[in-house]
Design a protein around this ligand. Sequence first.
Ligand code: IMP
Ligand code: MG
Length: 195
Amino acid sequence: MSQPKLPPAALHPDLAEVLLTEGQIRERIKTLAREIKAAYGDGEFTIISLINGAVMFTADLMREIDNPVRLDCIRVSSYGAKTKSIGTPQVIYSLTLDIKARDVLVIDDILDTGKTLKLVKELVQELKPASCRTCVLLDKKARREVALEADFVGFEIPDKFVVGYGLDFAERYRNLPGIGVLKPEKQTTTPWASG
Ligand code: IMP
Ligand code: MG
């Protein structure tokens, strides 16, 4: 017997509210893919996905785009078990594909202070691509610390710590299908937090 579909508020008991449902994300990704397609035409481009956060978004977005694409991943140091960015992000795992003279699209889950995307953009520019555009699912404009805007934005969201659909707190909650605000009492280091 099939399970009844849970209402959005029941996405996870650790959430104070649901910000975006699975369906809302799916619909927006379809239109976002059309915006991206309009910018690149039928040409090939290389996607650089910021793991781990952008894993789900990248996988879903790629499947809505019928251009020939290449995929590479980059890993930049994350918050660990914190909800605010600390210091300067560091590249932990870098690119393997040659992107010289290629059209590049950098994909991240969320644009917050902007430090992460700025770092990755600079790294990409040094490799002399033909072009470098950026795409984020979420944009927390209120928290920007560096002058940087993404070329493609899924949703603008308020200054709240969110999890789900790839976004984590201490590596947890990435597998929630939608995106919600984590309850303040859950935004603390717990015995299972990996640090
Ligand atoms: P930025 O360097 O401050 O722009 O931070 C970007 C990175 O911080 C993202 O790639 C996320 O991994 C993480 N981040 C920022 N805000 C949130 C949030 O609300 N939930 C989960 N991760 C976040
Ligand atoms: Mg991230």
